[in-house]
Every structure is written in structure tokens, then in C-alpha cells.
Design a protein. Structure first.
Length: 266
């Protein structure tokens, strides 16, 4: 699943091509308003909150989408279309006034709502380190309200702090030396939130550092623990452990990784 930094960079890539462009023709092909035309709307802003993408139009409506595991956005040049094998997966199409076409492919979440009602879709999200309104104190307060919840579960929950996905939850846990099953109430929240926020910001702002946590770019060495079950810890040499979480209600599975020596059980 894309992390908050993935969606932040996606928005940064789309923004120059979309903002101030008018949709000449296009439509929603999924969601509660499937079939509705987007024609005539001018894009005024492309924003994110956590893993959610918000495309705002000049008629005070917002297109809210979420990639989850499979979704993607593609922009094609004038006169070009998506390959026929992808056409059935298009959920949003928007041909712009400069001839480019925006395609939302296999998006599991597509909502078009009045901009004033965005809170009904994302109001539950916690502070996002990649937003200008980032509030670390509020993130710590929300996490502190879950003292018996494990660090892993608390950080994956987007309500206390938005933007951390499975990759970053595992890597931040390693960087702080915290076992994933440690109750959040036993953790130094100031340092935990600070490391998580700095990691996300470094990922989006430093060339070549996208989701590289070790500072090493050699294949197999870009992460401290993610994907390294059964292999030696890059710091201490201990064998990295891995375990699947129980499936989520929608059938998704996540995997936890940790170094037993660098992240001893509480």
C-alpha cells in the first residue's frame, strides 16, 4: 500500500499538469457518483492528507481518491490513450484543455463531494507530517490516549497520526529500538513522533532518498528490517524476524519485521 510520502510525491508530480487546467470532457466510472461528467471544471488545487488525494475544482467540489494496494494515476500526452488492457480498469477519466488526459486506474475509492464536506471523508485523520498544519503535540496526545495498544497497531492507525504505512511503521520501530508488540504507553512519544515525521519529510525532500532508511542504495540494503526476515541485521548481525498480522476485515495482510536484539521485547 502506498505510504503518505508516496501520495505526497504523486500530488507533487500531478500538480504542475493539473492546476488551472479545465476538464474538457471526462467522467467518474466508479463510486457513488459513477457516470457523472467532470467537464467544465477547472482544477484549483491538488492536496493530500496522509494517504488520501484531494483534487479540488473551481465549482467547490473535491474529487477524493485513495490508491490502497492497486490504484494508480497516469497522464497521457495529446492524442495518446491507455493500452486497451487497462481501459476496463479506468475509474476516472479527465481530458484537459491542453490535450493531456488524466486516468485514474483501478482506484478502489472514488468520491466527489462538496469541498465543504471533505471532513466527512478525512476528518478522522490525525496530523500529517507532510502538511503545513502538522501538529506533533496533537499526534502525541492522540497516541498517548492509546496506552495499551501496541506501537505497531497505533502507528498503522491513521487516526492518531496520518501517513505511516507498513514500511514506515516497521522502519521507525527499528530506528527507535522498539519491538512492534510494545504498548505505546511505554514508548517515548516525543522521540517516536519526531523520528517518524523526520523520516517522511526526508523521504520526499532528498533526491535519491525516497523510502531509503539505511542510507545505502545497494539492492537488499535500503531498509533495516523490511523484507529482511531470515537475513542478518545490518547493524548487529542478528537474524531479522518476520510475522504476518491477522488479515484485516477486507482481507488485506501486512507483515511485521524486527531485529530481536536491536528491538528487544518489552
Amino acid at each position: 500500500m502506498p505510504e503518505g510520502d508516496s501520495v505526497h510525491l504523486l500530488a507533487a508530480r500531478l500538480r504542475p499538469s493539473l492546476v488551472d487546467r479545465v476538464v474538457v470532457d471526462g467522467e467518474l466510472r466508479s463510486g457513488g457518483r459513477a457516470g457523472e461528467s467532470l467537464a467544465g471544471r477547472r482544477v484549483v488545487e491538488v492536496d493530500t492528507h496522509g494517504k488520501h488525494l484531494l483534487t479540488r475544482f473551481d465549482d467547490a467540489t473535491t474529487l477524493h481518491t485513495h490508491l490502497r494496494m492497486q490504484g494508480s494515476w497516469t497522464l497521457t500526452r495529446p492524442g495518446r490513450v491507455l493500452p486497451s488492457r487497462l481501459q476496463r480498469q479506468v475509474r476516472v477519466r479527465a481530458r484537459l484543455d491542453d490535450g493531456h488526459t488524466l486516468w485514474g486506474v483501478d482506484l478502489p475509492v472514488v468520491d466527489l463531494v462538496p469541498t465543504r464536506d471533505e471532513h466527512t471523508l478525512i476528518g478522522h485523520l490525525g496530523p500529517d507530517p507532510l502538511r503545513p498544519d502538522w501538529d506533533p503535540e496533537e499526534a502525541r496526545r492522540r497516541l498517548a490516549a492509546l496506552p495499551d495498544v501496541t506501537v505497531r497497531v497505533a502507528l498503522l492507525d491513521q487516526r492518531p497520526m496520518a501517513g505511516l504505512g507498513n514500511l514506515w511503521v516497521n522502519e521507525v520501530g527499528y530506528l527507535r529500538g522498539v519491538h512492534p508488540a510494545t504498548p505505546i504507553g511505554r514508548v517515548d512519544l516525543v522521540k517516536l513522533v519526531d523520528v517518524a515525521a523526520r523520516a517522511l519529510r526526508f523521504s520526499v525532500s532528498t533526491p535519491g532518498a525516497y523510502q531509503v532508511t539505511t542510507g545505502r542504495t545497494r539492492r537488499g540494503e535500503t531498509h533495516w528490517v523490511v523484507g529482511r526476515a531470515g537475513r542478518p541485521c545490518l547493524r548487529c548481525g542478528t537474524r531479522v524476524e518476520g510475522r504476518d498480522d491477522p488479515p484485516t476485515p477486507d482481507g488485506r495482510t501486512r507483515r511485521a519485521w524486527w531485529c530481536p536484539r536491536c528491538q528487544p521485547a518489552a
